[in-house]
Design a protein. Structure first.
Length: 364
C-alpha cells in the first residue's frame, strides 16, 4: 500500500498474488567453528559426530542477536535464546558434514564472489562499521558466507531440484482457489527513484547522497535528464535512489491497489493515475502536510497496470504465481523433513541442554 508515516509519504511493497514465503532459512549468519587446542572441554556446549561447538561461538552469535535490542534478555529468556542459537548451529554442522560427503563445500571463488556482491553497496568505512555493530570479524563474516553457500548447494541438490509441480497441480489449485485471482480493483505495479535533502544512513545507493535541499534538487534533475536520454530506470534507481527499502531492487515498489493510492500525497496519486504502462513521471516534490516543507523528490514509473476482473488460468502470470506458491510450500515441508532425517542419522550431544535439565532437577 501507499502510506504516510511520520509526515513522510512512502510507497510500500505489495504483491500481485499472495506468495507463501519459505519459512526455513538455512544457515544464514550462523557458523560452528572447528575446535582448537586452546579450548578446554568445559567450553564445549555440543558435539556433532565428534565436531565440537564451543561456548565462545554461541556467545558470538548471541551478542550479535542482542546488539540492537533496547533491553538485553536476562534469566530464562537469555537461556532460551542461547539454546535456540545452539540448535541452529547443530543443524548447520550436520549440513556441513553432509556437504563434505557430497563434495558440495563452497569454494574460495564462490565465497569471494558473494563477499564482493555483499560489500559492493557500502564504502569500506560503512562495511567495517556494520561488522563492528554485529560484533563479528571479517573472518567470521566470510565463514558465514561459506556456510550459507554450502547449505544452499546441499538443499538445492537434495531437495529443491527434485520438486516437480505439474500442469495438473496448477489446474487443480486454480479450480479450488479461483477467487484468489479475481481482482476487485485495478492494480498498479510501480517503481520509484527517491532523493532526500537529508542523508539517510540506511540508504546504500552506490553514489553520493544529497547533503541539503540544493543538492537534492540538482541530483533529481540530473536523474531526470538521464532518464530522458534513455538510461534504464532500474539501473539509475540502484545507483542514485536514497530509499533504503527499494534502491537495492531497482526501485521496485511492487503492486499497489487503486485504493492504496489514496494514502499517498495528492501529487504522487494524481501523477500515477495519469501514467501509461512504461511511462515515468516528471519530478514530484514530496511535501510534509503539516508544514508544507519539502521532504524530498521522487520520480515514479508505472511498470504495468492490471484492470479489475477475473484472471483466467490461461494467463501465464497466474500459472507462474501458482507454480511458485506450490513449489515454495513443498520446499518448506521437504526441507524440514530433510533436516529431521539428517539429525536422526547424526550423533549429537547437546551438553548445554542437559545442563539446563540437570539444574532444574529433571532426569534425562
Amino acid at each position: 500500500m501507499i502510506a504516510v508515516r511520520n509526515g513522510e509519504t512512502s510507497l510500500r511493497k505489495n504483491s500481485f498474488f499472495a506468495q507463501f514465503a519459505a519459512a526455513l532459512a538455512a544457515g544464514v549468519l550462523l557458523a560452528s567453528l572447528v575446535a582448537c587446542n586452546q579450548q578446554t572441554s568445559g567450553d564445549v556446549m555440543a558435539t556433532v559426530d565428534g565436531r565440537k561447538i564451543f561456548r565462545s561461538d554461541v556467545d558470538k552469535y548471541y551478542d550479535n542477536d542482542v546488539a540492537s535490542a533496547q533491553q538485553a534478555p536476562t534469566g530464562e529468556q537469555a537461556t532460551a535464546l542461547r539454546l535456540n542459537i545452539l540448535h541452529q548451529m547443530i543443524d548447520d554442522e550436520i549440513l556441513m558434514r553432509r556437504a563434505e560427503k557430497l563434495g558440495l563445500l563452497a569454494t574460495d571463488e564462490e565465497v569471494d564472489r558473494k563477499y564482493n556482491e555483499t560489500k559492493a553497496p557500502f564504502t569500506q568505512e560503512e562495511f567495517d562499521k556494520r561488522l563492528q555493530d554485529k560484533k563479528i570479524t571479517l573472518a567470521d563474516f566470510k565463514r558465514d558466507i561459506r556456510r550459507s553457500i554450502t547449505v544452499d548447494k546441499v538443499m538445492n541438490k537434495e531437495v529443491s531440484s527434485k520438486i516437480n509441480v505439474t500442469d495438473q497441480d496448477i489446474t487443480d489449485y486454480y479450480n479450488a482457489h479461483k477467487g484468489e485471482f479475481n481482482l476487485i480493483e485495478p492494480q498498479y505495479h510501480l517503481a520509484q527513484i527517491m532523493v532526500t535533502p537529508v542523508p539517510n544512513p540506511q540508504a546504500h545507493n552506490q553514489n553520493d547522497k544529497a547533503q541539503n535541499e540544493a543538492d537534492a534538487r540538482k541530483k533529481i534533475q540530473m536523474i531526470a535528464n538521464r532518464l530522458d536520454s534513455g538510461d534504464d530506470f532500474a539501473t539509475l534507481a540502484m545507483k542514485y535512489s536514497e530509499d533504503p527499502e527499494t534502491s537495492g531492487n531497482g526501485g521496485d515498489l511492487g503492486t499497489v491497489p487503486e485504493s492504496g493510492l489514496k494514502g499517498t500525497d495528492p501529487a504522487t496519486r494524481d501523477t500515477v493515475m495519469k501514467l501509461k504502462p512504461g511511462q515515468y513521471s516528471a519530478i514530484i516534490t514530496v511535501v510534509n502536510p503539516a508544514n508544507r516543507q519539502a521532504l524530498g523528490y521522487r520520480i515514479v514509473k508505472l511498470v504495468s497496470k492490471e484492470p479489475a476482473g477475473q484472471r483466467e488460468l490461461s494467463d501465464p502470470r497466474v500459472q507462474q504465481a501458482i507454480r511458485s506458491q506450490l513449489h515454495d510450500r513443498r520446499e518448506q515441508l521437504l526441507k524440514t523433513a530433510y533436516y529431521e532425517v539428517l539429525r536422526d542419522s547424526a550423533k549429537v550431544e547437546n551438553f548445554y541442554a542437559k545442563k539446563i535439565l540437570d539444574s532444574n532437577g529433571i532426569e534425562k
